[in-house]
Design a protein around this ligand. Structure first.
Ligand SMILES: [Fe+2]
Length: 292
């Protein structure tokens, strides 16, 4: 069987690699698609978004819909086969999280719900395997006065660049015990067991999944030279000026549809008393994007 992600199948990898690089966007504008209504895309809008996903696992839709309505990300996702929302205990009742600053309660202890920067990661890296996050929609209702931008990188491109650098990095990052989230005790949730897993893994149908955080607290890397070298190479890549890292600043009505690609967020400030604070909706799915 041809498998580009098999380290023993160099021929398939080189074919996939050539295709991947040929299709890769050169600027964020190549994967921004104007849409009239994300809840009900036209055939052309759907096809244009699907084409971006095919090329780089992500697409940004830009719409004139500024309403604070969780149906916008939900119905957008459903048109791409995203249906199984991950039930996050902090999320709203309908399974879609409000990402905004919470000044009190448990949520202020979690960086996404503050105005602080968030380092490179994929979503749900601490989840057990049965709750692997494969798809995501991040919809902007209101942006911040300043900051709050995202950097984005196709995780397949990260794989490619690391494998080009040294295939041993891929081997190390595919080890089942490469990355461990230690056991922790949570006021609300009780004890969460330690969660070990690979950084790169393949889904049942052969798609590449990535589990990663650049956090250095509450994370344990396997202490062998190969893993530490691979992690250093990945950190170096994400800090580099590679043209495959894109910057996006989302305006109201704009959203990201993706196969849980690598992303970060800069700090932001909402210091205009006349303007309501930043609000994003985040929908995380067990499904990978289909229908393309
Ligand atoms: Fe995230």
């Amino acid at each position: 069987m041809n498998d580009p992600f098999d380290l023993n199948d160099t021929e398939s990898y080189l074919r996939w690699r050539e295709q991947k690089l040929a299709c890769a966007p050169n600027s964020v504008n190549e994967f921004v698609i104007e849409v009239r209504d994300p809840r009900a895309l036209t055939t052309n809008e759907h096809a244009a978004l699907a084409d971006c996903i095919r090329r780089c696992n992500m697409a940004i839709y830009a719409s004139p819909m500024h309403d604070a309505d969780t149906e916008i990300p939900r119905l957008l996702g459903a048109q791409f086969g995203l249906n199984r929302l991950d039930a996050n205990w902090l999320a709203g009742e309908d399974g879609i999280s409000e990402i905004r600053v919470f000044d009190n309660g448990t949520r202020q202890n979690y960086i996404p719900y503050t105005d602080r920067p968030i380092k490179w990661h994929t979503d749900g890296y601490y989840n057990p395997p049965e709750r692997t996050i494969r798809g995501m929609v991040l919809h902007c209702v209101r942006n911040a006065n300043s900051g709050g931008e995202n950097q984005l990188m196709d995780h397949e491109m990260a794989y490619l660049l690391l494998r080009d650098e040294n295939p041993q990095h891929i081997m190390a990052l595919m080890q089942a015990d490469a990355m461990t989230i230690p056991e922790r005790v949570d006021e609300t949730d009780g004890v969460r067991a330690a969660q070990s897993g690979p950084v790169f893994s393949l889904d049942a149908n052969g798609d590449l999944h990535m589990r990663y955080t650049a956090r250095t607290r509450s994370i344990e890397w396997k202490q062998d030279p190969a893993t530490l070298a691979a992690v250093a190479a990945l950190e170096g890549l994400l800090a580099s000026d590679t043209p495959h890292i894109f910057k996006a600043s989302m305006e109201p009505g704009v959203g990201l549809l993706c196969n849980n690609v690598l992303h970060d967020r800069s700090a932001f400030a909402d210091n205009d008393p006349g303007k309501p604070p930043r609000l994003l909706y985040r929908a995380r799915y067990l499904d990978r994007i289909a229908n393309y």
